[in-house]
Design a protein around this ligand. Structure first.
Ligand code: GLC
Length: 467
């Protein structure tokens, strides 16, 4: 596995960005790992957390600097934002002032992404044992979670609401098609829908109370809430380590969110979890990788875990494709396994064609390493070690054969999207969770011919009741 680790370290190091931080940020130098050079060059919230998580095993100082930089960008009310364009925001003079003015009003600064933050901090702390660092960054980390609890749970049911598909981190997931009322679905439609939402939210001054009062896009997203609950548990553990008495508060919140996921998002008929839309809690019944995410919850009842794994995850015409786990189950009408590459060496014409004409839609069927990483953790938690080994082996094989891509075609394993993509290095953590002998066995079990892409008859889906 050493080759895989060395390659992962190389990818992360190649994506590290440093520069002089703007005045007032509390930093001398910013240090972060961009998701992919030439494609995504800013600091992205959940990418950055995944990068710090993996980097912690190679270079604790860089991992700490990554989280410090991320937290230095927290908004005055505590929220850590979706994207931070450090280079533009660090400029001096009129251009710098203008960049910061625009940034403060943009969706980059006012949206967020799944709260992986405390998980990353827990790992960085576990690997470095640096209590001084923990005490330094814990207050800002807590403020982020406090902000979410205070501002994003308008019906006080323990489930947070996201206000844009971009906050899910799964930007074009078909879960949101119905909420956005998209007739035709292309990347351009999604861009326009996001733009409309951003304009509406900006007109509401980005104030959550006014945004929720309009109830235009308010989704209790399953994956976002599962990650939130995990984060709260990490936060509780970190408080204990730092001698902070607030740990039990976060633990209680985690349990409350977990209970709400189980009680409100589970559909006993299909035995899957669905996100809920609007204050009226309308289910969004599309079988996506998010529907399986409650596997990461330690309090998930065993019979629900069994249904998720045995009835859904392992179904070969659903989620268990040659390179699992696709972001949308293959029997869903929205399933789209191929998405054209956003190659950084492409010229402008090719880039525009990919972006608009070729429907560069993501999260509609491709396989992503970060969701596999979460699921493998969940599988081990519920005693499905063999399945977790098989998933780890499939992911290792993907990366060995194709490299570190943003996402992969689930039938062929072809890398797609951006190349040299940071969070795909999570594969090393998946590999480290299993002994070399078990991983080799799981890899050997995979040596079978690749199947051609079949055509599936779409399964009937539950009817939406948006009205
Ligand atoms: C895409 C993904 C998002 C990620 C970003 C940067 O937009 O959907 O989750 O954070 O790329 O990698």
């Amino acid at each position: 596995m050493q080759d895989l680790h060395a390659a992962a370290y190389r990818i992360l190091l190649g994506n590290v960005r440093r520069g002089r931080a703007p005045k007032g940020s509390g930093l001398k130098e910013y240090v972060y790992t961009c998701p992919a050079r030439g494609v995504y060059h800013h600091q992205w919230l959940w990418d950055s957390c995944f990068h710090a998580f993996v980097m912690a095993r190679f270079d604790g100082e860089v991992a700490k600097a990554e989280l410090r930089t991320l937290l230095a960008a927290a908004r005055p009310h505590g929220l850590v934002p979706h994207v931070i364009p450090w280079d533009a925001n660090s400029r001096s003079g009129l251009r710098g002032w203008l960049a910061r003015w625009l940034y403060d009003r943009s969706h980059f600064a006012n949206l967020t992404q799944p709260p992986v933050l405390a998980l990353a901090l827990e790992e960085v702390y576990a690997r470095t044992g640096d209590v001084a660092f923990l005490r330094e960054v814990l207050p800002a980390t807590k403020r982020h979670y406090e902000h979410l609890a205070r501002e994003r749970d308008p019906d006080a049911d323990g489930l947070l609401s996201i206000i844009s598909p971009l906050e899910s981190g799964m930007d074009h997931s078909p879960t949101f098609d119905a909420v956005l009322a998209l007739g035709r679905i292309s990347a351009l439609d999604y861009h326009m829908a996001n733009l409309r939402l951003t304009t509406l939210h900006a007109m509401a001054g980005w104030q959550s109370e006014r945004i929720f009062a309009r109830d235009r896009f308010s989704v209790e997203d399953v994956a976002f809430n599962c990650i939130y609950a995990l984060g709260l548990r990490s936060l509780a553990a970190l408080c204990r380590e730092a001698g902070d008495p607030e740990g039990p508060v976060f633990l209680r919140r985690a349990e409350e969110t977990e209970r709400a996921i189980v009680m409100r998002c589970y559909d006993p008929q299909t035995k899957l979890f669905y996100s809920l839309h609007s204050l009226r809690d309308v289910p969004l019944p599309v079988a996506t990788v998010g529907s399986l995410m409650p596997l990461v919850l330690p309090t998930l009842p065993q019979e629900m875990a069994r249904a998720l794994v045995e009835r859904h995850l392992l179904r070969e015409d659903g989620f268990w494709l040659p390179y699992p786990v696709p972001s949308v189950a293959a029997d869903q009408p929205q399933f789209t396994p191929t998405s054209h590459a956003l190659h950084r060496r492409a010229g402008l014409g090719e880039w525009l064609r990919n972006r608009f004409a070729r429907h560069h839609l993501i999260w509609r069927g491709s396989t992503w390493v970060n969701t596999n990483w979460f699921l493998a953790r969940g599988l081990r938690l519920h005693g499905y070690d063999d399945v977790a080994d098989a998933l780890a082996a499939a992911t290792v094989e993907l990366v060995r054969r194709s490299g570190f891509w943003e996402y992969y075609q689930p039938f062929t394993g072809e890398g797609q999207g951006a190349e040299d993509f940071g969070w795909s290095t999570l594969v090393v953590d998946m590999a480290d969770e299993v002994s070399p002998a078990r991983l080799e066995r799981a890899l050997a079990l995979r040596r079978r011919p690749l199947v051609p892409e079949p055509t599936f008859a779409p399964a009937p889906t539950m009817r939406l009741q948006l009205e």
